[in-house]
Design a protein. Structure first.
Length: 246
């Protein structure tokens, strides 16, 4: 399926992370994604098409209040001032309407409907107010499965950065691409197990690096290579300490 997000209004610069998360999901068991803050559907449409093309059993939930914003920041990205935002989102997502669920509610209202340890990927891009970002992180982080990933946008915003760095130590905050505004938190830090899946082995990681390298996806190759090196260093240090009896 061809991508449709390019023709939709709004912002979207998290394609590398979205694509990576879809590619890392298993082919034979269900996965659950939640996007918190979907607005007019530009990012949602990209993710939905990636899921469709992957043919993987991934369910996508889009959470937003879809209310009109009286803010100059949105003016240039919201050409249609007449049609309600929620209706615009639904129309934009029409080509992929069977591939996602829209939930018109606040982030916190949606979070309590999910069991702890039930989600594979949550991306937070709702209110950028400090208290709101902090509340969203606290609400959604426990919902992740072991090895699941929490991500978010606009780490370049002071309010967002303050909330993220207040909750998590810097060693847990991973920038998917240097100077990229989006970020990710890996619940199980120190090794590939926390980054990819519970059953990922080194040979699989190397195979993935070769696959993406042959496809020319340098950004993803760099991401996986960095995580593999981190894993090897961690495993080496653990083994060394065990050998010394420490």
């Amino acid at each position: 399926m061809e991508h449709i997000y390019q023709d939709l209004p709004g912002w979207f610069d998290s394609a590398t992370l979205y694509k990576l998360m879809v590619d890392l999901m298993p082919n034979d068991s269900p996965s659950k994604f939640v996007e918190v803050g979907s607005w007019l559907g530009r990012s949602s449409a990209y993710l939905a098409v990636e899921i469709v093309n992957s043919k993987k059993p991934i369910t996508l939930e889009c959470v937003d209040i879809w209310e009109d914003e009286d803010c100059e920041l949105y003016e240039d990205q919201h050409p249609d001032k007449v049609t309600p935002i929620y209706q615009q989102f639904i129309e934009s997502m029409r080509p992929v309407e069977s591939c996602y669920t829209a939930r018109k509610m606040t982030s916190l209202e949606a979070a309590v409907t999910h069991q702890n340890g039930s989600l594979d990927f949550v991306f937070i891009d709702a209110s950028h107010e400090y208290e709101d970002v902090k509340s969203d992180i606290i609400a959604w982080y426990p919902k992740l499965k072991p090895g699941g990933v929490l991500g978010g946008d606009d780490l370049t915003w002071e309010t967002v950065a303050n909330a993220v760095y207040e909750i998590f130590p810097a060693t847990m905050i991973y920038n998917v691409r240097p100077n990229a505004p989006y970020w990710m938190i890996i619940p199980q830090v120190g090794g590939l197990k926390g980054f990819v899946s519970d059953n990922m082995c080194m040979s699989t990681a190397v195979d993935m690096i070769r696959f993406y390298n042959n496809r020319g996806d340098k950004e993803i190759v760099d991401i996986l290579s960095q995580r593999l090196l981190t894993s090897l260093r961690t495993d080496f240090n653990v083994s060394k300490n065990v050998y010394k009896g420490t």
